[in-house]
Design a protein around this ligand. Structure first.
Ligand code: HEC
Ligand code: HEC
Length: 388
């Protein structure tokens, strides 16, 4: 409900030499962990099982089955493109048009923001009984020590700590975080980027009209920002929380309010980036809307056709100011839908059949070159990557 809050860019203290190399080694280990199907119980599921590179690292199924047959989650696995750029959770002061002050949550990982940052987030899938279902940290460490990439991981951990489960797991989590920062997850090579760089012809006429609706009549930019705050390029999100009134799919999902305890935050979910949105159907936190055309119709007429969309989990907290009765024409809805294609990274479209991962656009700045922009947790960690 709250927009245009300036988030702090986390200043990272000067880092010791050698960090670049250590980070690269970690990213490479992280890539192998990402695809390792031995880290689930029973074996067979990896991060990539639900975050499919061919779908922008999202899951094309509304909810994902777990490693244990018959178990499944309640949320739609989101894209991991640009996920490492999501700021850590903050409680921010916000002033509305009348100067009234309130406190709002912004940033954080998972759709309800229950992980403060990426480092906390990557730990949870391993032990979630509806996901990879490992019994405990000892089991994770034991399997990591047996992995094909154990030698490279041991180099990160150091021989002296290799016997300690907490040290082994700590470096595995760090490795995943470094991998998610890799340029391949942040190429900024969609047609909209070429357009913003000055190439008018990068968008079709319908997409250019759609962009006007996105900025003006639809006011989508209130939450899906086209300006920049924390990163040099636009992320198409402010990572604030809202209840857009998504159709219910079974048990009520309390979202942000489920862990903050604030009743006004019940049913609120994090506004996602719209980058690569055309590849990540179905939509909303619960995968309740199948196509982008329907998402646009939902925003436009949600409150005029309640029977079409059915119940929502928390009607009292639904945002009725910014959406639900936008008054857009059919043509504007078409144009807005067309625009979504302009947000797709070319590197994802150009994946070859044999590729496991997309290739970063040549010239994408390295993690080292962008280090001051990442919402990193380095301020509480040792730059030499020693274990806590
Ligand atoms: C069984 C399917 C499944 C597996 C396996 C899985 N995830 Fe996820 N992932 C999800 C779902 C579903 C969500 C959203 C959950 C929520 O918000 O509560 C999610 C959320 C995330 C997010 C948060 C993105 C955001 O926008 O906040 C990241 C990052 C992520 N997963 C990375 C990983 C990594 C790394 C692994 C492997 C260690 C992994 N996931 C394994 C299904 C899965
Ligand atoms: C007040 C803030 C706000 C505004 C304004 C807004 N959105 Fe959203 N948008 C959100 C939030 C929050 C979600 C996630 C809702 C959920 O998962 O339940 C979302 C989800 C979406 C999704 C689905 C994303 C996914 O990965 O499933 C699309 C597409 C989208 N918005 C497009 C738009 C368009 C187009 C407009 C303008 C017509 C718009 N939004 C206006 C906050 C907003």
């Amino acid at each position: 409900m709250i927009r245009y809050v300036v988030l702090p860019v986390f200043a990272i203290a000067a880092l010791a030499p050698g960090r670049g190399d250590a980070a690269e080694g970690a990213a490479s280990v992280g890539r192998q962990i990402f695809f390792d199907t031995r880290l689930s119980e029973p074996e067979g599921q990896s991060c990539a099982s639900c975050h499919d590179p061919r779908h922008g690292f999202a899951d094309p199924r509304p909810v994902s089955p777990g490693a244990v047959v018959g178990r499944e989650g309640t949320r739609n696995a989101p894209s991991l493109m640009y996920a490492s750029l999501i700021p850590a959770m903050v409680l921010e002061e916000f002033y509305d048009e009348d100067g009234v002050q309130s406190m709002v949550h912004e940033g954080g990982l998972f759709l309800d923001g229950r992980a403060h940052d990426q480092f906390q987030q990557v730990q949870q899938p391993f032990f979630d009984p509806r996901e990879m279902n490992l019994p405990d940290a000892g089991e994770l460490a034991a399997r990591l020590r047996e992995a094909e990439y154990a030698g490279a991981l041991q180099e990160l951990v150091g021989d002296g700590s290799w016997g300690r489960d907490s040290a082994v797991n700590f470096h595995a989590y760090r490795a995943l975080v470094e991998f998610l920062k890799d340029p391949l997850f942040r190429p900024f090579d969609a047609r909209i980027d070429a357009f913003w760089a000055g190439d008018e012809s990068a968008l079709t006429a319908a997409e250019r009209r759609g962009l006007e609706v996105f900025k003006v009549e639809g006011n989508c930019v209130k939450c899906h920002l086209v300006g920049t705050l924390t990163w040099p390029e636009p992320l198409l999100s402010d990572y604030g929380y809202d209840n857009v009134g998504a159709p219910s799919r079974g048990e009520r999902d309390p979202g942000l309010g489920g862990h903050t305890g604030d009743p006004e935050e019940l049913g609120q979910f994090k506004a996602p980036t719209l980058r690569n949105i055309a590849l990540t159907a179905p939509y909303m936190h619960n995968g309740s809307i199948a196509t982008l055309k329907e998402v646009m119709e939902f925003y436009n007429k949600r409150d005029l056709e309640p029977h079409r969309w059915g119940e929502t989990d928390y009607p009292d907290t639904v945002n009725r100011e910014d959406m639900g009765d936008l008054g857009l024409t059919d043509q504007q809805v078409e144009d807005l839908t067309a625009l979504m294609d302009a947000f797709t990274d070319r590197s994802l479209l150009e994946m070859e059949p044999g590729d496991r991962l997309p290739r970063a656009r040549p010239g994408t700045p390295s993690t080292e070159a962008r280090k001051n922009y990442f919402p990193d947790w380095s301020h509480r960690l040792d730059p030499e990557f020693r274990s806590p």
